[in-house]
Design a binder for this molecule. Structure first.
Ligand code: NAD
Ligand code: UDP
Ligand code: UDP
Length: 317
């Protein structure tokens, strides 16, 4: 059956992949985006589809639409972007999420929140399970994002309690792939762009900090499975790839796969940078029958092809 589905942040990296997947499944998609970090280029190929509509709108303001489901992804996701206007980052998570919950309440739509592994902060439990409460600095440079996302989770749970809303919360761990913004400062896009241009690869700290990298197609599959679960499955549920790598290992893979002449340049570690991050995905395996299928090298290869094409189009990037 065709559903009408709102995707906030639909012109962003993950949002555009989600819109594409939902359209391919025969749904009607309303992409709501203010283009803060999203790009027209990400959705250009969808504009000819009569079941795809783009609405330029900031979700911090009320929105009146009719739909069956809402995926709430609107929020800058990389530290460089979410720290550029930190009060706006908190507002999109608190005021924006409240508006999307108010909308879901009025129209009786099911709503999924794109939360984050950042709710665990710099974790003292490893790997991170959903029942871990986290280790977050409330007044540091990352707090606008971490605390904003934590508050959004609170709002989702309380709207369910007070208004019996059908909600879903997924906690996304580092995800990469084609359509990442070339200058959003995230480690995968930075390293690939630097390697392709034979510029120095910038490792912050000594590169021993770890992350686990999930390819975008795997993650989107997790989103869609979560949305389809019965009403009593609400999460929060971790979605990510449990294979953990140091940042130094990531740099070596990127240099190897691009055949780059880049050297490594060690720079200071940013404040509050988490030392380790790796999801425990037992809950997703059990409740969604989901696990990532794409290995890091395979996903990096696809992502490198994307950035090569981008640089061929615009060598000055
Ligand atoms: P992105 O920056 O590419 O996408 C975010 C989108 O939201 C952009 O298109 C942006 O223009 C839009 N947006 C921002 N503020 C808005 C507002 N006020 N109103 C309407 N639209 C707005 O980032 P992404 O990586 O695609 O992340 C999507 C979601 O997933 C975010 O909520 C992010 O917090 C979450 N997430 C992503 C990752 C990851 O590794 N990519 C990890 C954890 C969580
Ligand atoms: N809202 C919206 N679209 C709707 C319904 C509500 O944007 O279709 C906004 C509304 O402006 C409000 C927020 O969602 O600020 C929360 O709505 P709710 O009904 O929960 O709260 P109330 O309006 O009672 O404060
Ligand atoms: N990082 C790095 N060089 C870069 C960008 C990031 O060494 O050019 C490090 C960063 O300090 C962090 C890790 O890579 O330890 C992941 O950073 P990213 O911004 O991608 O995501 P997050 O910190 O939110 O997990």
């Amino acid at each position: 059956m065709k559903n009408r589905i709102i995707v906030t942040g639909g012109a962003g990296f993950l949002g555009s992949h989600l819109c594409e997947r939902l359209l391919a499944e025969g749904n009607e998609v309303l992409c709501v985006d203010n283009f803060f970090t999203g790009q027209k280029r990400n959705i250009l190929h969808l504009l000819d589809n009569p079941y795809f509509e783009v609405i330029r709108h900031d979700i911090c303001f009320p929105l009146y639409l009719e739909a069956d489901q809402i995926y709430n992804l609107a929020c800058p996701a990389s530290p460089v972007h979410y720290q550029r206007d930190p009060t706006q980052t908190t507002k999109v998570n608190v005021n924006g999420s409240t508006n999307m919950l108010g909308l879901a309440k009025r129209i009786g739509a099911r709503i999924l929140q794109a939360s984050t592994s950042e709710v665990y902060g710099d974790p003292t439990v490893h790997p991170q399970t959903e029942d871990y409460w986290g280790n977050v600095n409330p007044i540091g440079p990352r707090s606008c994002y971490d605390e904003g996302k934590r508050c959004a989770e609170t709002l989702f749970m309380d709207y369910r309690k007070e208004h019996q809303l059908s909600i879903k919360i997924v906690r996304i761990f580092n995800t990469y792939g084609p359509r990442m913004h070339p200058h959003d400062g995230r480690v995968v896009s930075n390293f690939i762009m630097q390697a392709l241009k034979n510029e120095a690869i910038t490792i912050y700290g000594d590169g021993s900090q770890t992350r686990s990298f999930c390819y975008c197609d795997d993650l989107i599959d997790g989103f869609v499975r979560m949305m389809r679960t019965p009403d009593d499955i609400i999460g929060p549920t971790n979605l990510g790839n449990p294979n953990e790598f140091t940042i130094k290992q990531l740099a070596e893979h990127v240099i190897d796969l691009t055949g780059s002449r880049s050297r490594i340049n060690y720079l200071p570690l940013p404040q509050d940078d988490p030392k380790q991050r790796c999801p425990d995905i037992t809950k997703a395996r059990t409740e969604l029958d989901w696990q990532p299928t794409i290995e890091l090298k395979e996903g990096l290869t696809k992502t490198i092809v994307y950035f090569e094409e981008l640089l061929a189009e615009n060598p000055d990037l």
